[in-house]
Every structure is written in structure tokens, then in C-alpha cells.
Write a protein that binds this ligand. Sequence first.
Ligand SMILES: [Zn+2]
Length: 238
Amino acid sequence: MKKIILAASIIGIFGTSFVHSTEAITNPTPKKTICIDAGHQKKQNLQTEPIAPGSKVKKAKVTSGTRGVATKKYEYELNLEVALQLQKALEKKNFHVVMTRTKHDVNLSNIDRATICNNAKSALTIRIHADGSTNKNTQGLSLLYPSGTYTKSINKTSETIAKTLLTETIRITKAKKGYGDGLVPRSDLTGFNWSKTPVVLVEMGFMSNATEDKRLSTKSYQQSIVNGLVNGIVKSVH
Ligand SMILES: [Zn+2]
């Protein structure tokens, strides 16, 4: 009762200016949405799906990913570890975050994942992966971005964001750049070709290299990857 009387008297004293400030509070600037896709899942699904809308080329719905040579950790586990930390860090920066998965036991094809992010109308979709190579010496972090004809409307924005994210993650992690300059255009990825939102994929490092594999599983290194990605996202998405 006391509260009601107090509120009524405040409205009485401040009149219209109080009403204006209330409107400002109830209509905040909408948060930007970031969609995070932790790559792969516990069980691969080798049924196929078209790699792009209308394409006759088909690929597996979702493959098993790679596995750490030293840690024996599966890529889908590492991807989700980092994805969940990235979610927390982005929420602290006031982004709205949509996750395609928060557990391992799911059945989500690459089209399904792109669709979740499309429906979320994300300002950026970020796909979290780790690499594998038959050459155990290969190391490095890289950023992939869409480049094909199916993704014309998002190619340029995605490339620009990929460059910023690469710069920021390399600066903080001190990782080598994978594949030469660390930037890889791709026109053959289902997860890119079905995307209607700007999209990038981070290959955090090679789990086929024992040193990098072990480093990727340390909390401090994961945090440095996350910090680099957050810096890049803050710079890219306004
Ligand atoms: Zn992967």
C-alpha cells in the first residue's frame, strides 16, 4: 500500500517527464542476435541433403568431425565447450544469443542448423569447428566465409567479418594462421549455402597436431579464442 501511494505521488510531482522516462525504459534498443552453431554432434547422420537450395549436389546431413590425437576428445565435444563459453561472453556484452545445440545428443543436419539461425534473424551466424589433417605437423586457426553464387547477398559482409575475427583471434591467441593467410572462401558448404544471414566458420586449430590439440583443451586457451571472437564480433556487429 505504501508503495502505491509513493508511486502515485512521484507521478504527481514529475508529471509528463516521468511518463517519458518510463517509455524509454520499456522500449530499449533491440539486442542484436548472434547465432552460434557448435559443429557436429554425438552421432553422425550420413543421409544426404542438397548443398544449396535447388542444387543436385548432395552431401551428408552431418558428419562425425575429427578427434584429438593426444586428448582423444571428439571435435563435437570441443566445439560445444567453446560455444557455451562464447554464448556467456556475448550475453555479457548484451547480445541476444541463439544456440543451434547445447547438448551432444541431437540430430541436426547442416540445413537444420542454418534454418535455426535464419529464423532467429541473426546479425551474424558463427559456426564453431576444429580441423584435422593427415599431416600431423599442420597447425593453425582459420576463418571460413561463403563465396558461392547461392550466397551473393551475404558474401561481402561475411568476408569482412571473417577478416576482423581472424585479426582479433590471432592477436590474442598468438596462433599460427591456417591455410596460408588464415582466410578460406568456400562455395561448397551446406551450412553456408542455406544461410540467409552473414555467416563465418572458425576452425580453431588442428586436433591432428598433438601440441595444438592439447592447447585447444585448456581453459585458458579456449578463453583466449572466445575473447578474440567477442572482440571481433563487437567490432563487426553494431
Ligand atoms: Zn568440423
